[in-house]
Ligand binder design. Structure first.
Ligand code: BES
Ligand code: MN
Ligand code: ZN
Length: 511
């Protein structure tokens, strides 16, 4: 999709929709600098239909008198010019980044609904942020909100949007350089997010571990990253008993996809690891049928890591090396599948008593974490995984669970999440939780009790990171099927994690 900055006459824009964003005023008509649009906004305000609240929209069709050539005009409310409340660590900049993103999302979802293919968004006068950041967030919202996945839908339902947005212009007369920079950053982030959504939307029979590997190779080629794919025989040689164990009930060979962006050996390395479980049936500890189809989304962590590597390739950040690892396999109950009671050995030698084959994510992540840390000696590791149902009970669909052995890294990840509109909430770790996964017959077991399921899962991973600063993001509640944002489709994968990782890399701080 084309997105570009423009400063050409708004009224002559021959597109399908012109989008204005306005701030809510205290009991007054929202202000818009186009006279015709302002007149209509005034009428709507007087009728009590539009005050400019965040999320509100006003759609109308210009008459000849308007001298506007676009077919439709959409006015999107931005809410009042207010600072963030002092809660949950959110800054005013974080809040407004999200407001502009949501306004962009509102613009493109309305365009899809009305079959507008060519749209122009007029940049509002920024509040709190500068022109660069405002353009960045509007662009993110516009592009993420325009996302559709219709590859397999040959017949179209009446109530579904039938158009595609094929051109977006972002209008601004002021600060063209800053607006263009913001637009590029927003585009890189949004395209990485939609790439992750595309991977996750592919069904389990298409997006196999082999496809993960092919996609990794393709990214490496496009962006000159180095790429290493560990095959099943490599895993055997390296004694990666976690991923091999989980894979043993499946016919699809496992893959460990490793992408490396290297600037200099003198720079610190950030390692990102994403759970790439292309379908999780639970294995011998089989899941109930209801909702099992959603377990094709159990690779969203892996998709986020490849999405982030794509953005890294686009932006070529300085002063940092980035490694992305995706352990990929299915979890199926085939004749050689792992059985409850089996004991396996993870890369590096720790033994695990498998008491529930449905707690498989931690087994494949353990190999990837231990191997990645040994091989790349990172300054910090972040892993992302749809790891536990318990995180959905604890935090719902609004926040990702964060668990970390390092307060500085946890802080950086939290800030990155806030800046990208992907908020996280930290849960504790500690010896009292680690005790829950001690095994009588092996070093550890792969489940605790029902209590604190998200924490004991993280405590399991912690066994494999040693002293390296590490943050774990449990995205089981945020990776798919949550609805309340204009720029995230209400069904299917959100692409969560991609922009948090990118923001972490862009703002990487060394102590
Ligand atoms: N992939 C699931 C976690 C999950 C659950 C993701 C719901 C998204 C929505 C994971 O592999 C799993 O099955 N976890 C078990 C662990 C349990 C057996 C200790 C769970 O959360 O029930
Ligand atoms: Mn499972
Ligand atoms: Zn799983």
């Amino acid at each position: 999709m084309l997105i570009k900055h423009t400063s050409r006459d708004i009224e002559k824009h021959k597109g399908d929709m012109l989008v204005y964003c306005v701030y809510q005023q205290d009991k007054k008509v929202p202000v818009c600098d186009n006279k015709y649009v302002q007149d209509t906004v005034r009428l709507a305000f007087k009728a009590g239909d539009f005050v400019g609240k965040e999320g509100e929209t006003l759609l109308f069709y210009p008459t000849a008198k308007a001298k506007i050539q676009a077919k439709r005009i959409l006015v999107v409310g931005l809410g009042k010019k207010e600072e963030a409340k002092k809660e949950n660590g959110m800054t005013s900049a974080d809040l407004w980044r999200e407001n502009y993103r949501k306004a962009g999302g509102r613009g493109s979802t309305t365009a899809l609904r009305t079959k507008a293919a060519k749209i122009m968004t007029v940049m509002p006068e920024p509040f709190i942020l500068d022109f660069r950041e405002t353009a960045e967030c509007l662009t993110e919202g516009l592009l993420l909100g325009a996302y559709q996945f219709r590859k397999y839908k040959k017949t179209v339902e009446e109530d579904e949007p039938q158009s595609r947005i094929n051109e977006i212009q972002l209008y601004s007369l002021k600060e063209k350089g800053a607006v263009n920079n913001g637009l590029s950053a927003g585009k890189a982030a949004a395209m990485a997010g939609t790439a992750a959504r595309d991977m996750a939307n592919e069904p389990g029979n298409v997006w196999t571990p082999t496809r993960f590997a092919e996609h990794g190779r393709k990214l490496a080629k496009t962006y000159s990253l180095s790429c290493k794919i560990l095959s099943k025989s490599d895993m055997k040689r390296l004694k990666m008993g976690g991923i091999l164990g989980v894979n043993s009930g499946s016919d699809q060979p496992p893959k460990m996809v490793i992408l490396e962006y290297k600037t200099s050996a003198r720079n610190p390395t950030l390692l990102m690891v994403g759970k790439g479980l292309t379908f999780d049936s639970g294995g011998i500890s089989l899941k109930p049928p209801k909702g099992m189809d959603e377990m094709k989304f159990d690779m969203c962590g892996g998709a986020a890591v490849l999405g982030a590597m794509q953005a890294v390739g686009e932006e070529q950040p300085k002063g940092i090396n980035v490694v992305g690892i995706v352990p990929a396999t299915e979890n199926l109950p085939g004749p050689s599948a792992l059985k409850p009671g089996d004991i396996i050995t993870i890369y590096g030698g720790k033994t695990v008593e498998v008491l529930n084959t449905d707690a498989e994510g931690r087994l494949i992540l353990a190999d990837a974490l231990a191997y990645g840390i040994k091989q790349y000696k990172p300054k910090a590791v972040v892993d992302l995984a749809t790891l536990t149902g318990a995180v959905v009970i604890g935090l719902g669909h609004h926040r990702t669970g964060l668990l970390s052995n390092d307060d500085d890294l946890a802080q950086q990840v939290t800030e990155a999440g806030n800046r990208s509109g992907e908020p996280v909430w930290r849960l504790p770790l500690g010896p009292e939780y680690s005790k829950q996964i001690k095994s009588k017959v092996a070093d550890i077991k792969n489940i605790g009790s029902r209590a604190a399921g998200t924490i004991t899962a993280a405590a399991f991973l912690q066994e494999f990171v040693g002293d390296t600063a590490w943050a774990h993001l449990d995205i089981a509640g945020t990776a798919y099927n949550f609805t309340e944002k204009s720029y995230i489709p209400n069904k299917g994968p959100s692409g969560i994690g991609v922009r948090t990782l990118l923001e972490l890399i862009r703002n990487w701080k060394q102590e």
